[in-house]
Design a protein around this ligand. Structure first.
Ligand code: AMP
Ligand code: GLY
Length: 422
């Protein structure tokens, strides 16, 4: 099978590594890919937002199957357009991708089907949203309805902060994504990322991970796309996993099928494990980043076979094996991230780091220039390791971080702290 992987981040580098080991794989292409992916695949200078160009590239190279990494092309209907052109693709259709593309859509679906999530209101009118915030009081959470590159959520500790977030949304701070606003109750507990694979009907639990969303040690500083992760997440015991499948994931997949937009692909449930049990914070309709980096290091099955079964509707009877080992990843980001940061600083020592025991270094935002490796984004590397325990995986990952020579970069030093405190 010739496969085209869409995307250019650490998640896609990890997916490329998994796909490259598949006995089913013919040639692996990536669009646009990155320097790490280029060691495993042929990178094509094709913009994933240009669906006609993606289809033309597939036809020119004899691509049989497209794996879409990021959410934006899914929400924009890339899978619909590929399938309409006769090219099989892994991931949800545009209608099914509304589970991530519209927070209001998901909240309404949860309400209709009794799926546990925070109480909420949906508003397209500023005054009504403000009145709701005042009635509910703080803490309270304000969210732009649509995709806002991870920036549309304000966890407000005061009514004033919540009102400011409402004003920002309606003033266009998040563009069209903020034309509608969801205001919801603040949930208390421990967060976990849970992944499941669906073929529209059958759902296979994958694995859990815990992300670290704040920029700095001790969960301080601004929210980011994720500064590190480990898998498995100890809070997701076998019993908790079964509850999440029974109360949240399976009812969602059944509801989507019933609504005429069956969900195929990876369903990523962002969960809060509260005193009353698991509650859904949000869905994503793709793998997480940096969660995928740790999942791919623990997966003992062929991801290509699983992804193809998701697309073909043949997941029934399949299972998925995971290594007992722990995996942990530390994100190295450019100083200034998630605010303003420069590009083009040189990174040295990657080969030395990657040669350490159990270590894999994924590229998240790099490019090559004059034969050198340069930083080309906010999150730049996902320095990852496996180990018998979270502690061993952590020590190996940080040994690799310390072998990398990149003065313009920074990372958190406490990835895994929750698991290590248990
Ligand atoms: P999201 O962009 O939806 O992943 O939200 C970013 C972060 O905001 C989440 O990872 C949570 O830490 C936090 N968050 C979102 N919704 C809630 C909620 N209802 N209660 C508490 N924290 C929340
Ligand atoms: N790490 C969180 C996400 O991928 O959305």
């Amino acid at each position: 099978m010739n496969v085209l992987l869409i995307g250019s981040g650490g998640r896609e580098h990890a997916l490329a590594l998994g796909l490259s080991r598949s006995p089913l794989l013919g040639r692996l292409y990536a669009a646009p890919g990155n320097p790490g992916i280029a060691e495993l695949a042929e990178c094509l200078p094709v913009d994933p937002a240009d669906h006609a160009a993606v289809i033309a590239a597939c036809r020119a190279r004899g691509v049989d199957f497209v794996v879409v990494g990021p959410e934006a092309p899914l929400v924009a209907g890339l899978v619909d357009d590929l399938e309409a052109a006769g090219i099989a693709a892994f991931g949800p259709t545009r209608a099914a991708a509304r589970l991530e593309g519209s927070k209001g859509f998901t909240k309404d679906l949860c309400a209709r089907h009794g799926i546990p999530t925070a109480a909420y209101g949906r508003f397209s009118d500023r005054a009504a949203a403000e009145a709701y915030v005042r009635r509910q009081g703080a803490p309270i959470v304000v969210k732009a309805d649509g995709l806002a590159a991870g920036k549309g959520v304000t966890v407000a500790m005061t009514v004033e902060a919540a009102l400011a977030a409402v004003a920002d949304c309606f003033a266009g701070a998040f563009g069209a994504a903020g034309a509608e606003v969801v205001v919801e109750a603040f949930l208390e507990g421990e967060e976990a990322s849970f992944f499941a694979l669906s073929d529209g009907e059958t759902v296979l639990p994958l694995a859990s991970a815990q992300d670290h969303k704040r920029a700095f040690d001790g969960d301080q500083g601004p929210n980011t796309g994720g500064m590190g992760a480990y898998s498995p997440a100890p809070v997701m015991t076998a019993a908790m996993t079964e509850r999440v499948m029974a109360e949240i994931v399976r009812p969602t997949v059944a509801a989507m099928a019933e609504a005429g937009c069956p969900f195929k692909g990876v369903l990523f449930a962002g969960l809060m494990i509260t005193a009353e049990g698991p509650k859904l914070i949000e869905y994503n309709v793709r793998f997480g980043d940096p969660e995928t980096e740790v999942l791919m290091l623990r997966l003992e099955d062929d991801p290509l076979r699983l992804f193809r079964a998701s697309r073909d509707g043949t997941l029934g009877g399949m299972a998925c094996r995971w290594s007992e080992a722990a995996a942990l990843t530390v994100v190295m980001a450019t100083r200034g991230y998630p605010g303003h940061y420069g590009k083009g600083s040189e990174i040295r020592g990657l080969d030395r780091a990657a040669a350490l025991p159990g270590v894999t270094v994924f590229h998240a935002g790099t490019r090559r220039g004059d034969g050198r490796l340069l930083a080309d984004g906010g999150r730049v590397l996902a320095v990852s390791a496996v180990g018998a325990t979270v502690e061993e995986a952590r020590d190996r990952a940080y040994a690799a971080v310390d072998a990398i020579d990149w003065p313009e970069g920074f990372c958190r030093r406490d990835i895994g702290h929750r698991a290590l405190k248990r």
